[in-house]
Design a protein around this ligand. Sequence first.
Ligand code: T3D
Length: 258
Amino acid sequence: MYDTILYEVTDGIAVLTMNRPDKFNAFTAKMNKEITDALKQAQKDSEVRCILLTGAGRAFNAGQDLGEVSDGNVDFGGFLRDRYNPMILQFRKTEKPIIAAINGVAAGAGMSIALACDIRLASDKASLVNAFVNIGLVPDSGGCYFLPRIVGIGKALELAMTGEKVPAEEALRLGLVNQVYPAERFMEEAMAYARKLASLPTRGIGLIKRTMYKGMDMDLEQTLEYEAYAQEVAGSTEDYQEGVRAFMEKRAPRFTGR
Ligand code: T3D
C-alpha cells in the first residue's frame, strides 16, 4: 500500500518504518506524503492505540534526500509548506501517543520528526544531528519550535548553530530522549514500551496530549479552562468508569481505549 514506508499493526501498535535504508531513510516527496497518510490511517483505526515510528537499517532518518534537491533550484517556502509542514502538523493532530524509536542517526528534518513525536526512545548507537547549519540552512519541520521547548533556548541555539552530533547518552542527559536501550535489544524494548502505552486509556492519553501541548502556548487561566473541558470529555469515557471500578475492587484495570 505504501512505497517508501512499511506499515504494520500488531498488538494495538501501528509500526511505521521509514524504508529507504540505502539513503539512510532520507525524505522524498512521496515519503512525506506517505507518513502523513499513515498517521491519518492510524488515527482512524480504533484497533490502533499507539504509534511507533522507526527507520529500516542503520539510520532513523537523515532528513531531506539531498540528491533530490542537488540542482540547487528549490522553492524552499513552497517545498516546506507543501511537503513538510502538513506532515509535522499531522503528528499533533493524531490523538494517540507517538513514539520515535530512534534506531540510528536522526539528522536535519529527521531529527525534527523525532522531536515532533511524544516520546523518544534511542538505541545506544543512535545520535541526533541538527544538520541544517552544515549545509547553510535553518532548522525546519518544527526544529525551531520543538528544540528550545525540549532542551531550553541556550542548548537549542548551540545545537542548531554548531550542527554537532549528539550521541544517545548525551541526548538522554539533555532530555532530548526519554530512554536509551542497548542496540542488541532496542526494538524489543521499544515494542514493550509501546505495548504498555497501548494498554492505557487511549482517549484519555489523546486528551493529555492535546491539553498539555495547548498548555505550552496558553496562559494559566486558559489552561485551567481547557483542562476543565478535557476532563469533562475524559470523564465520559468507558475507561474512566473502568479505572474507578478497578480501584474500588482492588484489581488491575482493563482499559479498552473507549
Ligand atoms: O532543500 C532542502 O534541503 C530543504 C529541506 C530541508 C530539510 C532537511 O532535512 S535539510 C538537512 C538534510 N540532511 C542533511 O544535511 C544530513 C546529510 N547527511 C549527513 O550529514 C550524514 O550522512 C549523517 C550524519 C546523517 C550520517 O553520517 P554517516 O557518516 O554515519 O553516514 P554517511 O556515510 O554520511 O551516509 C551513509 C549513506 O547515506 C551515504 O550513501 P552512500 O555513499 O553509502 O551511497 C549517504 O550519501 C547517504 N545519505 C545520508 N544522508 C543523506 C544521504 N543521501 C541523501 N540524502 C541525505 N540527506
